[in-house]
Write a protein that binds this ligand. Structure first.
Ligand SMILES: [Zn+2]
Length: 387
C-alpha cells in the first residue's frame, strides 16, 4: 500500500482536494482519497505541488520515432509529408530501437495510454509488451475511388497483426475519397471502431476542397497520385466529410489548426461522437502556427491532447503540450487543460472505467506537477511520475 499527499489532488471528476491524501494498493489501484488535515502516519509520501491522474496521449505515430530531428522545421505540411515519405525507410533494428525508446520516454513522462497511428505492424510487439496501454489506429490512405475495397482489405489484414486493441481509421481528407469514408461507415455497422483523422492541418487543404487548386495538386503529381476522381466541392474539408462519418463511434479530429468558429458550430448539427485533439508542438514544428484555441470554448465535444510523432516533435511529453496550450489561451485554465490530458483522452480511447481520473477502484497512474505559478501550469512546471 502507498500513501501520497500533496498541496492539491486534482481528481478531475470530483473536487480539487487541498492537502489531500491518495491511498493506493501495490499495483496503483486507488483505495481511498481523503483530506485528513493532520496525519502523523510516517509512511505518507509528502510532496509540494499537485497530484493528477496519468496522462493520455491521443495522437502519436510510434513507427516514425526514428525520424527524430531528421525532418526540416516550419516548411509547411506538404513539404513535411514529402520528406517523411522519402526518408522513413531505415533498417528495421534502427526503427525498433527508436520505438522502444519512445515508449519508455512516454512512460517516464507520465503517459499511461496512447492512441497510435500505424501504417505497418512494426510497433506491434513493443506495444504488446509495454506498460502503456495502446490503441492502434490502422491508417487508411488512398484518394482513388476504384481502390476503396483493396484499401479496406489491406487495413483489416494489418489490424489482425496487432495483439493490443486496434481499429480502422482515416489519414486525412486530402488523402482519401468520400467513397472510402462511406465504406468505413458500412464496416462500422454493428461493431465498435474508433476513428481518427488528421484535419485542417494546412490551409491548402481548404483550397483543394473548395476549388481543387493550390499546392496539393503539385503534391499529387510529384508522388504519382491519380487525383482525377477528386472533385472540387465548394466546401472545406470538415464541411465535406462530416455528413458521411459514422454515428455511434468515437471519432477524433486531429490538429484542427485552421478550424473556424463556423466549422465548430457546424459539427454541433450532426449527431456524432466527436473529439478534438490538439498537438501544438507539431503545429509549430510543421506550419509554425497554432489552432485558434479560444474558438473551442464554443464546442460541445471533448478536447484531448496528442504529441504527434518524433518526426515533428522534440519529445513525447503531454506536459510540454499543456504548457503551449496554456500560454496561448485566454479562455481555458489549468483545470480545463488537465481534463483534456486525462479524462477526455480516456473517454476517447474507451478507458474511462479504469483511467483518466482519481477515483476509488481505478488504476489511473499518478503524476506530481511542481513549480506551478498561482496554481497554473507555466514554463517552469515539472513532472514527477509517482505511479
Ligand atoms: Zn499525425
Amino acid at each position: 500500500m502507498r500513501r501520497f499527499k500533496a498541496d492539491y489532488i486534482y481528481t478531475i471528476t470530483g473536487d480539487i482536494i487541498p492537502d489531500g491524501i491518495v491511498v493506493t494498493d501495490d499495483h496503483g489501484k486507488i483505495l481511498s482519497i481523503t483530506d485528513e488535515k493532520i496525519s502523523l502516519d510516517p509512511n505518507i509520501e509528502r510532496y509540494e505541488g499537485i497530484i493528477t491522474p496519468g496522462f493520455i496521449n491521443t495522437h502519436c505515430h510510434l513507427e516514425l520515432s526514428h525520424l527524430h530531428q531528421k525532418i526540416k522545421q516550419k516548411t509547411g505540411l506538404i513539404q513535411f509529408i514529402k520528406e517523411v515519405i522519402l526518408t522513413r525507410n531505415y533498417p528495421e533494428e534502427i526503427i525498433l530501437s527508436a520505438i522502444q525508446k519512445a515508449d519508455e520516454e512516454m512512460w517516464k513522462n507520465g503517459i499511461v495510454a496512447v492512441g497510435d497511428i500505424s501504417n505497418q505492424a512494426i510497433s506491434a510487439e513493443i506495444k504488446h509488451k509495454s506498460k502503456i496501454r495502446y490503441h492502434t489506429f490502422i491508417e487508411m490512405i488512398g484518394i482513388e475511388e476504384a481502390k476503396v475495397k483493396e484499401i479496406m482489405q489491406n487495413a483489416s489484414i494489418l489490424k489482425n497483426q496487432f495483439k493490443t486493441p486496434a481499429s480502422l481509421a482515416l489519414h486525412a481528407p486530402y488523402s482519401i475519397s468520400i467513397e472510402l469514408i462511406k465504406e468505413l461507415r458500412r464496416y462500422c455497422k454493428g461493431k465498435e471502431n474508433k476513428i481518427s483523422i488528421h484535419l485542417q492541418e494546412s490551409k491548402h487543404e481548404t483550397e483543394l476542397f473548395m476549388t481543387k487548386t493550390g499546392p496539393f495538386i503539385g503534391f499529387f503529381k510529384d508522388l504519382n497520385i491519380n487525383a482525377e476522381s477528386f472533385k472540387a466541392k465548394q466546401k472545406n474539408a470538415i464541411q465535406s466529410i462530416v455528413p458521411f462519418l459514422p454515428k455511434k463511434q468515437n471519432i477524433l479530429f486531429v490538429h484542427n489548426t485552421f478550424t473556424s468558429l463556423k466549422d465548430i458550430y457546424l459539427t454541433k448539427r450532426f449527431d456524432l461522437q466527436l473529439f478534438w485533439a490538439f498537438c501544438p508542438s507539431a503545429n509549430l514544428y510543421i506550419e509554425n502556427t497554432l489552432p485558434s484555441l479560444d474558438f473551442f470554448k464554443q464546442t460541445d465535444f471533448p478536447i484531448t491532447i496528442g504529441t504527434d510523432s518524433l518526426a515533428s516533435n522534440d519529445s513525447l511529453d503531454i506536459l510540454s503540450e499543456m504548457k503551449i496550450l496554456k500560454k496561448n489561451t485566454n479562455c481555458f485554465a489549468t483545470a480545463d487543460i488537465l481534463k483534456w490530458a486525462t479524462l477526455n483522452g480516456a473517454m476517447f480511447l474507451g478507458l474511462q472505467t479504469d483511467m483518466g481520473s482519481i477515483e476509488v477502484g481505478k488504476t489511473p497512474g499518478l503524476n506530481l506537477l511542481q513549480n506551478l505559478k498561482d496554481g497554473e501550469i507555466c514554463e517552469a512546471t515539472t513532472l514527477k511520475k509517482l505511479i
